[in-house]
Ligand binder design. Sequence first.
Ligand code: ADP
Ligand code: ASP
Ligand code: MG
Length: 407
Amino acid sequence: MALIVQKYGGTSVGSVERIQAVADRVCKARARGDDVVVVVSAMSGQTNRLVELAYAISEEPVGREYDVLLSSGEQVSIALVAMAIQSAGRAARSFLGYQADIQTDASFGRARIESIDASRIQRALNEGAVAVVAGFQGTDSEGNITTLGRGGSDTTAVALAAALKADVCEIYTDVDGIYTTDPRIVPEASRIPRIAFEEMLELASLGAKVLQTRSVEFAMKYAVPIHVRSSFHEAEGSWVVPEEESMEQVVVRAVAYDKNEARISLLQIPDQPGVAHKVFSPLSEAGIVVDMIIQNDSQRSGHTDLTFTVPTADRARTVALIEEANKRLGGSGIESDADIAKVSVVGVGMRTHSGVATRMFAVLSEAGINIQMISTSEIKISVVIAEEHTDKAVQALHAAFKLDALA
Ligand code: ADP
Ligand code: ASP
Ligand code: MG
């Protein structure tokens, strides 16, 4: 008998039929004798609708109310899933984030889970019920409802699996595993049967939406095996596991892209000590996460351009926040562009193989795509390009690194 956490994403609970399919799968696991905790997202499209409503009412919705609104989608699905399981003949009990004692910090819209007291869930399991928990939400120390950032139900599931010491965390979604790139862009992409935590962490943080980044961090920290699979059939999906020796033989494992960043440039600011601090400290105080940063060579003029990226949603706020610093520094202006994309290649094999960057630049040059920014780390190379070229870049890189032949 195992303890399994099963997380179902939006499409997997998107209709009455899909919810009944969830109940069937849960009941099969119960019939095998397994204890099951189900974590669910809002029905597909619902969270987007709520975001639109919020912005139709207010240009800058207040975080606390925004999270009360956004968390409501999951309340609907836990109730429906619990009812479906009951109709299929098994005991089930639904839990909102606070009822499952999921404590977070107070960063509305992107809260981090700080602790989970799983005793109430454990009690439900001991009584023979399936616990159906709302993903994506928790409460801060004041009892305010918080949400965990888009895609946050993955993190609820893995964190619960860690707290309950579950045998596995199954992530049911609309693709049948983790692919060498987004199969919506490259239909020939191949499923990766086993992927290292570290590679998955990079992929997730570079935009592959199949798992939320925080969920992979939790899995890595608490050694929770994740099985990403389709809710539409029974086939085996992809396992996210500790690194295995054979994994380094593959140099590039996957290609990721992210269209949710904006590029910001401060033009012709003085090249002096303290400048970067003046520019970036207001941003860090405002909780804005800066990703890539480049500074041009300034040897001749004593002036330089400073370019960086932030999440698109923070673009306007960022420009407003650095205006003051730009004025004080006597810079010649601020430019910003949201029509960019970051495209990355990832693989633990890059640690021991060279030449990937050169190859990547050659492929993009052959495709006539201009590179605006570059950043590298031990196991990834990222470039910023114009957003309109995203699909072409991903397809060209996927083909050049022969990823369709991997599996
Ligand atoms: P859910 O609602 O089930 O959480 P998401 O939409 O958040 O599902 O994540 C699944 C989607 O992630 C897939 O439909 C796919 O388009 C996208 N995706 C992006 N990169 C990858 C990848 N490397 N492998 C699999 N899916 C990916
Ligand atoms: N419903 C939330 C979202 O759409 C959380 C999730 O699906 O994981 O982002
Ligand atoms: Mg998701």
